[in-house]
Design a protein around this ligand. Structure first.
Ligand SMILES: Cc1ncc(COP(=O)(O)O)c(C=O)c1O
Length: 373
């Protein structure tokens, strides 16, 4: 029996239709998209078709999308690019304490270069208060970067409100949508953002591909200098195979969005109801009760260590939010920022569901937990 996979926030399997779309570009169509002959035209068209598919999911012009190697590169491009490009204006960035390391660590690097970074707190549900954003803005602020959805607890941030505040103060707005893409709508105009990062492997495309939305007119110094690929915004011969995969994945994700909102959410809620029914107040939900990704269930199991609980269920693949080193419990920085106590957070487990999760999987996980907890 295959272990049950409830770790879709870590990565998703490649959709067979994505693999099929990529296949001709692995061997058959190998032209360099910059070449003007027919070999190049074929791959150039494939990349541009893929760009349009990504853009459709984001509700933006295709020209505003650049391909990157993933979420980390997209975030680094924005954070370092804005600081460099707008250094004459100011050197202050606002972000949150619960960002992914792909945001936190470029910020730490920039701090070493003299950039001032404000890490906003979150409440007990993992939410940033837009008022805190407003108060943190100074005349030096050039960028606000707040993730759309948190990868651990799934809490959704009020990005549209924060974007309005940013723009009222002439500040650029970025969101890391690596976790929200394909799970909830991610239309850039509704979110009001200037930059938005996505990662292919969270949306049933392969690892090592992503994209960055850059609103027209928000040109940045590129992270990777070289030839004029991606209209001079990201050098390097296009990764045709993976771009085609991401495009196809985005097209499927767009069609699949309603299913995430209904069926995946229902299965996620069913899992929580079953846990509550069986374990009562021995289980505590983390994250926002409503403003949360439809696939994510983050639970504290009281009185156990999350990793040990998962060790007792080798036929389940899920994640924990705490680590135990030499008898010391270390909570993830996200749970810490949410002021979850170590006694509670040590039993944290993240179940993240996806396209292939079935009712049978949920029943089995509940049965496994009945034995293991
Ligand atoms: C919220 C968030 N941002 C960024 C990343 C990094 O993406 P990638 O692995 O494609 O660099 C991840 C992946 O774990 C993520 O969850």
């Amino acid at each position: 029996m295959q272990p049950i996979y409830l770790d879709y926030n870590a990565t998703t399997p490649v959709d067979p239709a994505v693999a099929a779309a990529m296949q001709p570009y692995i061997v058959q169509h190998y032209g360099n998209p910059s070449s003007t002959h027919v070999y190049g035209q074929t791959t150039k068209e494939a990349v541009e078709r893929a760009r349009a598919q990504v853009a459709a999911l984001l509700g933006c012009p295709a020209a505003d999308v650049i391909f990157t190697s993933g979420g980390s590169e997209s975030n680094n491009t924005v954070l370092k690019g804005v600081v460099w490009t707008y250094r004459h204006k100011g050197t202050h960035i606002i972000t949150s304490a619960i960002e992914h390391p792909a945001t936190i660590n470029p910020c730490r690097f920039l701090e070493q270069q003299g950039v001032q970074v404000t890490y906003l707190p979150v409440d007990y549900t993992g939410m940033v208060d837009p008022e805190d954003v407003r108060k943190a803005i100074t005349p030096q602020t050039v960028l606000i970067s707040i993730m759309h959805a948190n990868n651990e607890v799934g809490t959704l941030q009020p990005i549209a409100d924060i974007s309005r505040i940013a723009h009222a103060h002439g500040v650029l707005m970025h969101t890391d949508a690596a976790q929200s893409i394909g799970k909830i709508p991610t239309l850039v105009d509704d979110l009001g953002v200037d930059f938005l990062s996505i990662a292919g492997h969270k949306v049933y495309a392969p690892k090592g591909i992503g994209a960055l939305y850059m609103r027209a007119g928000c040109a940045l110094e590129p992270l990777i200098h070289g030839a004029g690929h991606e209209s001079g915004r990201r050098a390097g011969t296009e990764n045709v195979v993976l771009a085609v995969g991401l495009g196809q994945a985005c097209a499927i994700a767009q069609a699949d969005l309603p299913r995430y909102q209904r069926e995946v959410r229902q299965l996620r809620d069913l899992l929580w109801q079953e846990l509550e029914k069986r374990f009562g107040d021995r289980v505590v939900l983390n994250g926002h009760p409503e403003q949360r990704l439809p696939n994510t269930l983050h639970v504290n199991f009281r009185g156990v260590i999350g990793a040990e609980l998962l060790d007792r269920m080798p036929t389940l693949a899920a994640s924990t939010g705490s680590a135990c080193h030499a008898g010391e419990i270390a909570l993830s920085s996200v749970l810490e920022a949410m002021h979850i106590t170590p006694e509670l957070g040590m039993g944290a487990v993240r179940f993240s569901l996806g396209r292939y999760t079935s009712r049978h999987d949920i029943d089995q996980v509940v049965a496994l937990l009945e034995h293991a907890f």
